[in-house]
Write a protein that binds this ligand. Sequence first.
Ligand code: TTP
Ligand code: MG
Length: 246
Amino acid sequence: MLGTNIFKLENLHLTNTSLCSQRETKSRQSFTVAVEGNIGSGKSTFLDHFKSNPNVEIFPEPVEKWKSVKGFNSLDLMYKDAARWSFAFQSYVTLTMIEHHQAIETPGKVKMIERSIYSARHCFIENLSRGGLMPAVDYNILLEWHDWIHKNADTHIDLIVYLKARPEICQERIRIRNRHEEQSVPLEYLQTLHSLHEEWLIEKKAGELPAPVLVINAEVDETDLKKTISKLEPQILCGISSNQTS
Ligand code: TTP
Ligand code: MG
C-alpha cells in the first residue's frame, strides 16, 4: 500500500530547497525532468498537464514509432514472442530514448521526457532477463550498449518524477485504455515491473541514481492527479512559474 503522503523526496538528505539549488548550480539552459512509473501509471497524463505551459517542452514516449518500424509493429512482436523479439525491440527503445535525451532543448525551458534510458535498462531489460524472456547473450550485449551510452553520450537528467501506483490499478487502466498490443500483459508482469521500479528508485539497488526522485501517489483519479501536479509545480519546474514567458 502507498503511504498517505502525497509526495516525498527520496534522495536521502535532499529537501525541496536543496533540490532546486542543486539544479540552479547547473546551467539554467538545461533542466530535464524524466517521468517514470509502471505501464499505465499515468505518465502521459502527467506530461499532458504541461502541454500548454510555455516554459515546458514535453517529449511523450515514442510508442507510435515502436509500433511502426518501416511497417513492423515491434511492440506487438515483442509481446507475442518476447524470447524472439525483445532484443530487437529493446534496441529500438534504446535508440529512441537517446534521441529524446539528446534533443536540443529550447533555452530557458524545462525539458520533460516520458521515461528515460535508465528505466529501459533497470526495469524493462532487467525484467525480460530475470523472467527468462531474453537470452543471456542478448542481455549482455544490451548492457554493453547501455554502459557505452552512459559513458559517451549526454543522458543527464535533473529530476525523476516517480508516479507510484499498485500494479492492480495499472492493470485496470491498461484494460480501459485498450492498447491492443498490451491486452495479454499479465498482472505478474506488472508486479515484477513495479518491484523493479521500487528497487531502482526507492531501494537504490541499481546504484547511484542519475537525479533526485520526487515520488507522487498516482493511485488517484485524473482530476486529483492534476491537482497534485499543480501543487507540486514549483518543485517539478524548480520555481519557473507557469505564467512566466520564456
Ligand atoms: P510505458 O513506457 O510504461 O508507457 P505507457 O504510455 O504505457 O505509460 P503511462 O500509461 O504511464 O503513460 O510503456 C509503453 C509500452 O512499451 C508498454 O507496453 C511497455 C513497453 N515497454 C517495453 O516493453 N520496454 C521498454 O523498455 C519500455 C520503455 C516500454
Ligand atoms: Mg504513456
